[in-house]
Design a protein around this ligand. Sequence first.
Ligand code: S3P
Length: 451
Amino acid sequence: MWIRPAKRLRGRASLPGDKSISHRAAIIAALARGRTRVENFSTAADCEATLACLEQLGVRIVRNSASLIIEGAAGAPGEWSFVKPDAPLDCGNSGTTMRLLAGVLAAQPFASSLTGDASLRARPMPRIARPLRLMGARVWTHAEGSEALCIEGHRPLWAIRYEMPVASAQVKSAILLAGLGAEGLTEVFETRARTRDHTERMLRWFGARVAAGETRGPGARGEELATPVYAASVEGPAALDARDVRVPGDISSAAFLITAAALLEGSDLELEGVGLNPTRTRLLGVLGALGADIRIEDAREECGEPSGRVRVRGAGRLAPAAPVSLGGADVAQLIDELPVLAVAATRIEGGLEVRDASELRVKESDRIAACVENLRAMGAEVEEFADGFRVRGPVALRGTRVRSRGDHRVAMAFAVAALIAEGDTYVEGARECVGVSFPGFFRLLETLAER
Ligand code: S3P
């Protein structure tokens, strides 16, 4: 895909439904009793994978563009009428599909397996196998081969108290979903960093008994906690009731447009109905602290999730009062936005350092290596660390050939780099992979970009 530089972005747009929330809406509707209508369901290929897997489990889904009707499979509390799939469930490129469904399958009285593309099969699954085994399911992970995960479910599961060794909303969600089929209180402690809480909010929307918030203890081992940590719990066996859902626009897709508009002087961009869950909006805070003009208008709440219009006016260069470094708990709430922030760093006076982000190496691609390689190819000075990178700024990027590595967020981050560069940029493989999260990205960009 060739991308030309742009002078600015101008216009108004609505974004497809949030990918994370769409996965949860579909899965939790399937676990409920009755018929759920979902509006503004994500157009992402990842969410298609979730729907296809649910259908393979016998769930009836009717789709009409962005609207879905899902017939829930709930029986008595903690029991569902899913059918044992006769082939591995294909999760495509989607880690969220594989990890969240693993939690559901752990509580079913049959064996099943999950697979995906080469990128997904190479991603770490022991992080979900461990807690699901503690709950009583049998789980096999394969480093290679056609099936990434095999699960022999157990009904009922045991409720556990679990301290998360990695900051991952997917792992937390797998445990909470399994907890619906457990007897008692399943509790997850996020001692490293607080991650996105869409599962907690959606479970509550469907009537599950969920508690979530900061606690001083007792922690996972019954201990008092020196500092308060976030904990989420669900009571099982659970009975969920169908309830209609409207999915807000995807802020992680909006992130590419927001960043581009902030970097291109004279931009004026309005994005309607963007999801503004506080565990997802860190990028807005970071860009705002760097001097970008970003405002929230018409703030609302839809199905327990905040949303609103995001308006961005382009300032050009970002000039913070002091050098910027990001690390620690910030990283979990910026995890999907770090590639585009690495690109923005080339416009920050004093540059940007990101640490504690080794999780980026086990995403759809090694995103640290991908960003470092591409930024260097475009003329930036970048240092690579095991857990992050440092970008010198400000520097003018030069259009050249860069690689997406088949990773949607790398492709879109470097489309933004192409917009602010001198000369045209070729992002290899971009056209094929952006559909994983945002199929209309390039079309929308063309309508907003002024050259
Ligand atoms: C997601 C959680 C994050 C994120 C991914 C979607 C989710 O992954 O990177 O794009 O929907 O729960 P981890 O939970 O593995 O950090």
